[in-house]
Write a protein that binds this ligand. Structure first.
Ligand code: TXD
Length: 311
């Protein structure tokens, strides 16, 4: 059985464990700093397995030694911004948490592929790669599957067509400047722009950009976790089954799309070795402008990181 360790057993981490265990993709280890909590959630989930007839082993721990020999490490550990906390303070705190989660797990799982979720996502993925010294193939950030799924869900609501027929591609940084590509998005091969009137499509794009905030506003405390965790599980499946699945993920840019030394959301082929390939779309002028704007926002956070961490 494959083994997946999830660092941070909060809402996203525990829900990712749920999606993964339900599909019997791997044995799972949940690690958190809070004593008893990862053990309790793991035991509860383990006790659900006989009911759904799945044989995944699930354990919780406060000790990284439990992660030994993982095929995949998913990092969701971090704190949310508290009142009065500056963005730089949050960046510094989460960089400390993610940096140690990455280096500690690497000690026990030298061959693992890392999937990063903690926000600010692109920058935490960048930090994980720099701190571990791993090649970009083995450190991938999750954002684009979620952002694209939100757009697909909104298109399905608007048209009544099955989500399975709806293909949307949201690239760029994981923030308000994300880049929903309406030209490439389609319903069963019919361009979205031909299917949905412009003003409705614009509204869908706007709602997608603010998708995370919409849920935060409704929940009042905490942020989305079902869809982010499902996105994580899809990435893990693609890797473990060597599917060569092309999905939008945050990847380290080495000249692709004219970008260098940064993480950015682009279509990535995922397989057993992690990132196998980055697919480059031919962008038109308008798309290029959106890409550059989004890249500038991500770069800014990368630069802020360099002021609070040395690697
Ligand atoms: O698409 C995406 N990338 C995202 C990102 C979608 C959803 C959530 N996204 C981000 O993931 C979110 O902005 C946060 O930065 C993380 C985790 O979100 P979640 O909603 O799961 O937060 P929780 O419930 O607060 O869980 C975080 C857990 C919590 O249990 C802490 O005790 C734990 O992280 N934590 C740690 N675990 C291990 N080690 C250390 N040092 C540690 N510090 C805190």
């Amino acid at each position: 059985m494959n083994k997946i360790s999830i660092i941070g057993a909060g809402m996203t981490g525990a829900t990712a464990a749920h999606w993964l265990a339900e599909r019997e993709f791997a044995d799972i280890v949940l690690v958190d700093v809070v004593e008893g909590m990862p053990q309790g959630k793991a035991l509860d989930l383990l006790e659900a397995m006989p009911i759904i007839g799945k044989d995944a082993e699930i354990v919780g721990s406060n000790d990284y030694a439990a992660t030994q020999g993982s095929d995949i490490v998913i990092i969701t550990a971090g704190i949310a911004r508290k009142p009065g906390m500056s963005r730089d303070d949050l960046l510094k705190t989460n960089a400390g948490i993610v940096g140690s989660a990455a280096t500690e797990t690497l000690k026990y799982s030298p061959d693992a592929i890392f999937i990063v979720l903690t926000n600010p996502l692109d920058t935490m993925a960048y930090l994980t790669m720099k701190m571990t010294g791993l090649p970009r193939e083995r450190v991938i950030g999750q954002a684009g599957i979620l952002d694209s799924a939100r757009m697909r869900a909104f298109v399905a609501l608007e048209t009544g067509v099955s989500v399975e027929n709806i293909n949307c591609y949201v690239l760029g940084g994981h923030g308000d400047e994300m880049v929903p590509l309406t030209r490439q998005s389609n319903i069963a091969g019919v361009p979205l722009r031909d299917y949905i009137p412009a003003e409705k499509l614009n509204a869908i794009v706007a709602r997608t950009r603010k998708g995370g905030g919409e849920i935060v506003n409704l929940l009042k405390t905490g942020s989305a976790y079902y869809a982010p965790a499902a996105a994580c599980a899809q990435m893990a499946e693609a890797i473990l089954k060597d599917k060569n699945l092309i999905v939008p993920c945050a990847a380290y840019m080495n000249g692709e799309y004219g970008l260098n030394d940064m993480y950015f959301g682009v279509p990535v082929m995922l397989g057993r070795s992690g990132l196998k390939k980055i697919i480059e779309y031919k962008l038109d002028e308008d798309e290029k402008i959106m890409f550059d704007k989004s890249a500038a926002a991500v770069k800014e956070t990368h630069e802020a990181l360099k002021n609070v961490v040395t690697f």
